[in-house]
Write a protein that binds this ligand. Structure first.
Ligand SMILES: C[S@@+](CC[C@H](N)C(=O)[O-])C[C@H]1O[C@@H](n2cnc3c(N)ncnc32)[C@H](O)[C@@H]1O
Length: 202
């Protein structure tokens, strides 16, 4: 998790209004784990390809990543995000109060299933398979040719990639998944994201 994500916005000009509002909410509540600006710009770009479709996110935080998604999403696109922390959920709800395309759920990431399948799904708070929990199954969550984004890796410097000296099984899971065409994108010197396209038929 990127602990200084919120702080990085202090040096940013020309942010979309919704992103500025979400960053202000994160600052007010002392939430430092917002997605970094480089990741946000990627999300904005990817959302632009989801005309009239559905976007999902696990881990709303105070809504910074979701604000980038909403800023990039063409009219007619719906966005749903889930957060388990009530204070963060409330902070995000205030940010998106006047954005009817955005729906916020308070609960565990698995509750996002009520809104699946998605054309674009961003895993930032559950479903990544980074901890003890198993990763989500793309066929249950994505529309055919839908895009999956798994944030917050250290750029790989070896193959197979390693984490704390061991093969990085979470990252390898996504890069080798038989139903995905996946790659790692380096967005900043210390930041990489896995972006995958769901290729199997439902
Ligand atoms: C990295 S932060 C999300 C940042 C946010 N997406 C942004 O761009 O500003 C991860 C968030 O996921 C939430 N989270 C962690 N585990 C979760 C779970 N099992 N279900 C729902 N939310 C979860 C945390 O409370 C935290 O707010």
């Amino acid at each position: 998790m990127t602990e200084n994500g919120t702080a990085e916005y202090a040096a940013e000009d020309g942010l979309p209004d919704l992103v500025r509002r979400a960053v202000a909410a994160a600052e007010r509540t002392g939430f430092g784990w917002s997605c970094r600006p480089a990741q946000g710009r990627l999300l904005e770009l990817l959302a632009g390809g989801v005309a009239g479709g559905a976007i999902g996110e696990t881990g709303t935080g105070c809504g910074v990543g979701l604000a980038w998604l909403a800023a990039g999403a063409p009219p007619g696109t719906t966005l749903v995000s889930v957060e388990r922390d009530p204070a963060r959920h409330a902070a995000a709800a205030a940010v998106f109060a006047d954005v009817p395309a955005v729906r916020l759920l308070l609960g565990d990431w698995t509750d996002l299933a009520v809104a699946a399948p998605f054309d674009l799904l961003v895993l930032d708070g559950g479903g990544q398979g980074k901890g003890a929990e198993p990763p989500l199954e793309p066929r249950d969550w994505l529309r055919p040719h839908g895009t999956l984004v798994i944030d917050d890796f250290t750029p790989m410097t070896s193959w197979p990639p390693t984490f704390e000296g061991e093969p990085d099984t979470a990252r390898l899971h996504w890069l080798r998944h038989p139903d995905l065409l996946a790659t790692e994108l380096r967005l900043a010197p210390g930041l990489a994201t896995v972006v995958a396209r769901y290729t199997a038929r439902r």
